[in-house]
Design a binder for this molecule. Structure first.
Ligand code: ATP
Ligand code: MG
Length: 575
């Protein structure tokens, strides 16, 4: 493509609402433009990168045996009522009515539509397994759209859905997708980790998230270098500690102390001169309308997802003042497990504590020297807390590490959540009706592009890895008004086009410095400079964007050398 004809509005200024590098650079490099909050247009350069990711995704999905479909974005209310998600999905679901007052939503994901499709067409075990995918626009009315296309409201997603006859089959389908995802993100040239994750509101048993490692990432990841355990912070587990032998002789007499207006762990710690780790924090949760007390050591934090999963609750939130008053007989800040009128569950961190401090379930009072087994009992000790820096790996016991990541893909085992609710059944060998077992697998296309930039940029702009680069080469003739320079540039340009190289010829009447700056900003991996010096010497200068390295090649060899370089970068395994 000739630069002079391109729709490529680059900018020097950093847009004021862009916090992260990828957002700033995608705007400055003329890849995207904001239409309104969380809704973006892709310009030609940006769309070429999107198409590259989509192509890699398509090839790997097809290779894994999935077949491409294209499902509607507008979805009728009835399907969402059948699955139960019309009520449960919440405000991210954009709902609207047509002229007949019929209700619809814009698809944030397509489990309902695909399950409806498959239940109508698949009747017997002979038609299973099947895996269908699409690359489609999704709409999610995110509370806080931010970071450009990384967390926006309208975005492209590859979503695949597998249907199997049984659990064992579903496991195989999941594993195939897991492999395909590794291939996809490797081919995109990304540094990533697959981490264990919770299954969230979509349901199912467990899942893996594919995280691109980046300091700007929204997600915290816990990992172990020794045994390769990796999980997101929500899911990261704590090993059950060994139960210490507690002698009842060590139990000191229970004591009630007046603690006026002393509520938080810090306040109690200062007032009673005890360490937070000697206090047991009692949090009252509202689990599907019922109160439940969760105990945890004062220096730790409750992981609400773990509590929700343990209780098997559909909805979980901290109890309001009224519920706290009813459960404890005291206002917020004085809860404790002694004589409380709720279920009591405790985190492992409380298991070996003795003579600790808790609230007294009485306004302005706390209890000292509280002991489990004498003063109250708990239903269970379980893993209910958020993993912290000094914790050890739940698998091998080595010290775990923390990092930040951007979730670009997610593979889920759905089990029979949708197939059961929506009656996606088939007849097995014996003519028995069985429920299909499903999996679903998403990749954010735009987010993958943004994540790639987060890993590949410097002070001058984007540094595309070859597989995602919008163009592979940019030819910069230093002065377009000099006939011999332009002749050489045109000749290399057309030879490269003939070889299938994706190349820009910067034929603008601009100073070389301006052209170099733009080439760096838009991040083209290979830049070829043609000036009088190179013409005189018969050598052409090539610059590698990533390393800044300059190379000289005889002009008759340049096209072939560049082609080899590109092929090697696209196919590193063949080195
Ligand atoms: P998140 O926790 O980041 O909100 P999610 O769990 O809601 O993600 P999924 O429902 O698993 O995401 O969607 C599959 C993929 O779609 C994600 O891995 C991500 O790459 C992409 N994605 C999800 N939400 C957005 C968004 N608001 N903007 C861009 N991409 C998104
Ligand atoms: Mg989300």
């Amino acid at each position: 493509m000739r630069y002079s004809e391109m729709y490529l509005p680059t900018a020097r200024e950093i847009p004021s609402d862009a916090e992260v590098a990828s957002h700033q650079l995608m705007i400055r490099a003329g890849m995207i433009r904001k239409l309104t909050s969380g809704i973006y247009s892709y310009l030609p350069l940006g769309y070429r990168v999107i198409r590259k990711v989509e192509q890699i995704v398509r090839e790997e999905m097809n290779k894994a045996g999935a077949q491409e479909v294209h499902l509607p974005m507008v979805q009728p209310v009835e399907l969402w009522q059948e699955s139960g998600r019309w009520v449960h999905y919440g405000k991210e679901l954009l709902r609207f009515r047509d002229r007949h007052e019929r209700e619809y939503c814009l698809g944030p994901t397509h489990e309902e539509v695909i399950t409806d499709l498959v239940r109508n067409d698949i009747k017997t075990y002979r038609q299973l397994p099947r895996n269908l995918y699409q690359i489609q626009t999704k709409f999610r009315d995110e509370v806080r759209p931010r970071f450009g296309v990384m967390r926006c409201r309208e975005f492209g997603m590859k979503d695949a859905y597998s249907f199997d006859a049984d659990e064992a089959g579903a496991e195989k389908s999941y594993d195939k997708m897991f492999v395909a995802y590794n291939n996809i993100f490797n081919r995109c040239g990304l540094k990533f980790r697959s981490v264990e994750a919770d299954s969230g509101s979509i349901g199912g048993k467990y899942s893996h998230e594919f995280m691109v490692m980046a300091d700007s990432g929204e997600d915290a990841i816990v990992f172990c270098d020794k045994c390769a355990y990796a999980a997101n912070l929500e899911k990261a587990e704590i090993r059950e500690p060994e139960k210490k032998n507690i002698s009842q002789k060590d139990w000191l007499p229970l004591e009630s102390v007046h603690t006026p207006e002393v509520r938080t762990i810090e306040e109690v710690s200062t007032f009673l001169k005890v360490k937070p780790r000697d206090i047991v924090k009692t949090l009252i949760f509202n689990a599907d309308g019922k109160a439940c007390a969760v105990l945890i050591r004062g220096d730790q934090d409750v992981n609400e997802i773990k509590v929700k999963n343990y209780l098997g609750a559909a909805e979980l939130e901290l109890a309001d003042d009224e519920m706290i008053m009813k459960a404890t007989g005291a206002p917020r800040g004085f809860a404790g497990a002694v004589k409380i009128k709720t279920r009591v569950i405790a985190d492992f961190s409380v298991m070996n504590m003795i003579n600790f401090v808790t609230g007294a379930n009485k306004e302005d009072y706390h209890l000292k020297n509280v002991n489990i087994g004498r003063d109250f009992n708990v239903e269970v000790f379980a893993d209910l807390r958020v993993v912290k820096e000094n914790d050890s790996c739940p698998r091998c016991g080595d010290k775990i590490k923390f990092a930040r990541g951007i979730e670009v893909g997610h593979v889920f085992k759905l089990g029979t959540k949708y197939s059961k609710a929506m009656k996606a059944v088939y007849l097995d060998k014996d003519g028995q009706e069985k429920i299909m077992v499903m999996g679903c697998y998403g990749i954010g296309i735009g987010r993958t592009v943004a994540a790639c930039i987060e890993q590949n940029f410097d002070e001058n702009g984007i540094v595309w890895p070859m597989p995602l680069a919008p163009y592979q080469v940019i030819i910069t003739p230093v002065n377009i008004n000099e006939v011999d320079i332009m002749k050489a540039a045109e000749s290399i340009y057309s030879s490269m086009l003939n070889c299938g190289i994706e190349v820009i010829l910067d034929d603008r009447d601009e100073r070389a410095g301006v052209k170099f700056k733009d080439a760096d900003l838009i991040g083209i991996p290979i830049r070829i400079t043609i000036g009088q010096k190179s013409l005189a010497s018969g050598n052409i200068e090539l610059k590698i964007r990533k390393t800044g390295e300059n190379r000289l090649y005889p002009s008759q060899k340049i096209v072939q050398e560049v082609k080899a370089l590109i092929d090697q970068e696209l196919n590193p395994a063949a080195k």
